[in-house]
Write a protein of this length. Structure first.
Length: 119
């Protein structure tokens, strides 16, 4: 499966953005999907994960209550709704697929999308 992240941009602190992760090559419903981010000079970090069915989600503590991950399998797309954005959310955001048996072996990393939050 090939993944492509989109929807990034420049937003003021307190604002919102919605990122999309679109799949091609295979149906995305075969995979759990995660969002990750990497800020300049920092290691890539986990942001959120959604199960193949959408029934289970997990979030990093730093984004809980502000970000929501969701998916529409019929559209082969996973979303990351980001609200109450902070300057520290500035990073390149990537999506990746976690194949069966869904043990966190993320692959098929898409090209990232830049999110910049101005304070």
């Amino acid at each position: 499966v090939q993944l492509q992240a989109s929807g990034g941009g420049l937003v003021q602190a307190g604002g919102s953005l919605r990122l999309s992760c679109t799949a091609s090559g295979r149906t995305l419903s075969d995979y759990a999907v995660g969002w990750f981010r990497q800020a300049p000079g920092k290691r890539r970090e986990f942001v959120a994960r959604i199960s193949w069915s959408g029934g289970n989600t997990n979030y990093a503590d730093s984004v809980k209550g502000r970000f929501t991950i969701s998916r529409i399998n019929a559209k082969n797309t996973v979303y990351l709704q980001m609200n109450s954005l902070k300057a520290e959310d500035t990073a390149v955001y990537y999506c990746a697929a976690d194949p069966p048996p869904f043990e966190g072996n993320f692959g098929s990393w898409g090209q990232g999308t830049q999110v910049t939050v101005s304070s």
